[in-house]
Unconditional design. Structure first.
Ligand code: URA
Ligand code: SF4
Length: 289
């Protein structure tokens, strides 16, 4: 079928793929809606810094804004899995409550955490950021140099590619949540050691329990291995749905790996994985905002 006769939803998918991955072979020749894609991509490029609110800000805000009026902090720090084994048995939190839980966890536990040796070499902890009601939660490996400097996840070169992957899905970065299996940079960007992962991941698990995304996307093998408790290879894991406590989980390549091996096969593999995620999120045929 000539590209300009494809159904609109299919054509949008193709343009997204083209934008995100430069898959020239699937590109429609006529692109009447190309201009409509610009604002979203521009937004990604110029996304404002969004530092997490600190506890003092919350205290200041506490009295006035109705947003926080219904919300109370629940202490879940003593037992990492205090909310429950399955996120779906735990209480559903309001948006305001989720923000409080996350902000307080960051301010009182994570920001100055010294539970593992990575605390000695880091500059900043990287808590993670995004929409607390996000449908999709991306899990990377650990902060790199730029993330260590800024305290924000995926803001270096790999982060720019992740931004494109997110834009390719028809989403903005602030509509997803982005975290890592460890919150401090491993020296020389080495893979985090098992004891570091064991020490740090209770924070991630609590973030997942609070946010309760519909889909988890692990980026790279270390996060897939941790979440799925598996020794399988990326080739065996990616492209198929897995389960993490009742939440669908899709492993895919890490954007840093894609940058190193920027082949059409790898880009298409990631795009195939993301299309599966989009379909579960109901994004495949959704018109662009
Ligand atoms: N790589 C990761 O795995 N996480 C980041 O936050 C940045 C790069
Ligand atoms: Fe704490 Fe995690 Fe950083 Fe280790 S990596 S010091 S457990 S925040």
């Amino acid at each position: 079928m000539p590209p300009d006769q494809l159904p609109a939803g299919r054509q949008r998918l193709i343009w997204r793929a083209e934008r995100a991955f430069g898959l020239k072979d699937t590109i429609a020749s006529k692109r009447p809606r190309a201009a409509a894609l610009q604002p979203a991509l521009k937004d990604v490029d110029t996304a404002p810094d969004a530092p997490a609110a600190r506890v003092d800000d919350l205290a200041l805000r506490g009295a006035a804004p109705p947003l926080f009026a219904d919300a109370q902090y629940i202490d879940t720090s003593a037992a990492p899995d205090a909310l429950s084994e399955s996120p779906f048995d735990s209480p559903v939190l309001s948006t305001a409550q989720k923000r409080i839980q996350l902000d307080v966890m960051n301010d009182t536990e994570v920001r100055d955490c010294q539970k593992c040796g990575l605390s000695r070499t880091r500059t900043n902890t990287v808590f993670g950021e995004g929409d607390v009601d996000a449908g999709v939660f991306f899990i990377g490996e650990g902060p790199g140099e730029t993330e260590d400097q800024t305290g924000r996840p995926f803001v270096g070169r790999a982060g720019q590619l992740l931004d494109k992957m997110i834009a390719g899905m028809g989403l903005r970065r602030d509509q997803v949540f982005i975290g890592n299996i460890v919150k401090c940079r491993p020296p020389e960007n080495r893979v985090p050691a098992p004891d570091e992962v064991d020490t740090c991941t209770p924070y991630l698990v609590r973030q997942l329990e609070i946010i309760r995304p519909k889909v988890i996307v692990t980026l790279g093998l270390p996060s897939a291995k941790y979440m799925l408790k598996t020794r399988s290879s990326m080739g065996q894991l990616r492209g198929r749905w897995h389960d993490w406590r009742g939440i669908r989980l899709m492993p895919t390549f890490h954007p840093a790996y894609l940058l190193r091996a920027y082949t059409p096969e790898n880009r298409r593999a990631v795009w195939d994985d993301l299309k599966k995620v989009m379909s579960v999120l109901g994004l495949a045929d959704a018109p662009r905002q």
